[in-house]
Design a protein around this ligand. Structure first.
Ligand code: BG6
Length: 491
């Protein structure tokens, strides 16, 4: 495995800890080795030392990472110079001579401006060439393009060197167990799928609420904004898993084809169906937060959105007429990523002569994080002589059924790439379909600057305009709460 960006944050926080977990689970082959490439001058020893600190827990526990660290080598190299790639080629050849396997996974844990150039260089140096016995794969991080045109251009550039089956575009949401579970919930159970359509579902809400602000990433975020940062990638992955047609198998292309079709069916988003927000000063979880515009490397008059809410329609037989409301934002009151599927109301007629004036809706809530689980709300008769109806809930929490596994969320993704299973990675047409769906809105927003920023306080649930967006249809957002049981007063 070759990690470009060996000295970076991603390598330290996620890739190496995930590899340690794979070592502990005995999922890595004995001839596994890592070459870390970065532009800083440092020795292999210094690189290992810096990473040891990041993986304290794993290292302290039965020395599992020692196994990994002795297989790690550092190479100083420039991501754009031929010379670095010929040295890398020699190292790979030495490795192959020593250990027999010429398979290589190149992980591009670098800024997106280097994706194209590194792949070009791999091609020029002959390092991407596969044979019957040897595979070469490339993992590409987010962001994959910053709009439809740039994503298409990047795909065209890398496809000159790599075939599609060598490319693994990461969306780290797909590394989450709860996201992978969406397909199991839908297709391994008989009770949900018959109801999973416009006849029974009133609407769907997808929420990714964060309490963090931009966390020192002002420079990146100013260019990106909440729409680009979260919607065509993470939220659309949730949307695709929830809304796709059943694939004919779990083969990577069978699954990805269905997801892509769903994204291609998204109705063009009208500006009237979208709300953007930017946070002003406030208090989040008891801590004072300053205006987004006063964060480091953020323009004092910044027009970058830190919140977005959308209403989407899906043009197909299953979903026509069912609105999907999506929202995501920074510096909100609680951290919670959830999908809520609200079913149509039961007919009222039976309860006409009772004190029941409004039946609570049946809602299936998929709690993606942090309080992983699933709940179904339904009506029950309150004990007593009168017919009184109350909303009650059945709840499944992961922690009640499954022992926690040490995970940073990248383990499955890395493992799948090593075994050549691309199901949880984005295909070229999936990425393009997602950008295509938001392109009209990106254009509209870049043409007209917002005149009401900041329009929500840090620590609130977002701008009032987002409430109006959904209230227009006679509906309301579900409250965002981090802890499900606390919300329902349960144990
Ligand atoms: C990243 C975004 O891709 O996803 C961040 O760039 C965001 O802005 C993060 O905070 C959210 O991921 P998670 O796994 O913490 O929900």
């Amino acid at each position: 495995m070759v990690i470009f960006g060996a000295g970076g944050d991603l390598t330290r926080r996620l890739i190496v800890p995930a590899l340690c977990h794979l070592v502990r689970a005995k999922e890595l082959p004995d001839d596994f080795a890592i070459i870390g490439v970065d532009h800083n001058d440092r020795t292999t020893e210094q690189w290992r030392q810096a990473l040891t600190e990041a993986t304290q827990d794993e290292a302290a526990d039965d020395q599992v990472c020692a196994w990994l660290f002795e297989r790690m080598h550092y190479m100083r190299g420039d991501f754009t110079e031929d010379e670095s790639f010929s040295r890398l080629g020699k190292l790979l050849a030495d490795q192959q001579a020593k250990q027999g396997s010429g398979n290589a996974l190149f992980y591009l844990a670098v800024g997106d401006r280097f994706f194209g150039p590194i792949v070009d260089q791999l091609g020029r140096a002959g390092l991407a060439r596969q044979s019957e016995k040897v595979w070469r794969r490339v993992i590409i991080e987010k962001p994959f393009g910053h709009d439809f045109a740039s994503a298409k251009a990047l795909n065209a550039q890398i496809r000159k060197v790599l075939s599609e089956d060598q490319i693994y575009r990461i969306d780290h949401f797909l590394g989450k167990e709860t996201v992978q579970n969406i397909l199991v919930l839908r297709f391994a159970n008989g009770i949900f799928e018959p109801l999973w359509n416009r006849d029974h579902i009133d609407h769907v809400q997808i929420t990714a609420a964060e309490t963090v602000g931009v966390e020192g990433r002002g420079r990146f975020y100013e260019q990106t904004g909440a729409l680009r940062d979260m919607v065509p990638n993470h939220l659309f992955q949730l949307l695709a898993m929830l809304g796709m047609e059943p694939p004919i198998s779990f083969d990577a292309d069978a699954v990805r084809a269905k997801k892509t079709e769903l994204l291609q069916a998204i109705h063009p988003i009208a500006s009237a169906d979208a709300v953007r927000g930017q946070y002003g000063a406030g208090t989040v979880l008891g801590k004072k937060v300053r205006d987004y515009r006063r964060e480091p490397n953020v323009a004092p008059e910044s027009a970058t959105e830190t919140y977005v809410a959308l209403k989407l329609g899906i043009d197909n037989w299953r979903w026509a007429g069912v609105p999907f409301y999506l929202r995501t934002g920074k510096a909100l009151s609680a951290r919670a990523t959830e999908i809520a599927v609200q079913f149509r109301q039961a007919p009222y007629s039976l309860f006409r002569d009772t004190p029941v004036d409004k039946l609570p809706a049946n809602i299936l809530t998929l709690r993606i994080q942090p309080d992983e689980g699933l709940s179904v709300s339904f009506s029950a008769k309150r004990p007593g002589e009168e017919i009184e109806i109350d909303g009650v809930e059945m709840d499944f929490a992961y922690r009640d059924y499954f022992a926690p596994i040490a995970s940073v969320g990248y383990e499955t993704l890395l493992y799948d790439c090593l075994i050549g299973d691309a199901t949880l990675f984005q295909r070229d047409d999936t990425v393009e379909a997602a950008w295509c769906a938001v392109q009209g809105l990106l254009d509209a927003w870049s043409r007209s600057a917002p005149d009401d920023f900041p329009n929500y306080s840090a620590g609130s649930s977002g701008p009032d305009a987002a409430d109006r967006l959904i209230a227009r249809d006679g509906r309301a957002w579900l409250p965002v709460k981090a802890n499900h049981r606390r919300r329902n007063g349960g144990a």
